[in-house]
Design a protein around this ligand. Structure first.
Ligand SMILES: [Zn+2]
Ligand SMILES: [Zn+2]
Length: 119
């Protein structure tokens, strides 16, 4: 139910998209989170959003979080930026004895519709 999303979905959105009652979706998502298949994504208010864990989805990505409406959109940085993050963060943290497994990198701001509504 989360396989083809272009952004993390709230419990209500998953329920609306799958025709399954919210209470059932809520329970299923909690079980999938416990199993490590689905991860919770921090939004800016509103309900919890969920997406497939990276180990089970096809691509690594980051999130854009709108602090106005709380929508979370997937964002894929350039390869160059990914390499830079890995190199810089890896080098910085290696000196502190921290071994990096992966990174989570959210950008906060206002989405297109929120920023245009304010102008
Ligand atoms: Zn917004
Ligand atoms: Zn990344």
């Amino acid at each position: 139910m989360l396989e083809h999303g272009e952004r993390p979905l709230t419990t209500e959105e998953v329920a609306a998209g799958s025709g399954v009652p919210v209470s059932t979706v809520y329970r299923n998502l909690a079980e999938l989170v416990d199993a490590g298949v689905v991860v919770r994504v921090a939004g800016a208010g509103g309900g919890d959003r969920h997406e497939l864990a990276e180990a089970f989805s096809e691509h690594h990505h980051h999130h854009l979080v709108c602090t106005e409406c709380g929508i979370v959109t997937d964002f894929t940085p350039s390869r160059q930026l990914e390499q830079l993050i890995e190199q810089e963060v890896g080098a910085l943290l290696a000196s502190e004895g921290f071994e990096v497994a992966h990174h989570v990198f959210d950008v906060r701001g206002r989405c297109r519709s929120c920023s245009s509504a304010r102008r």
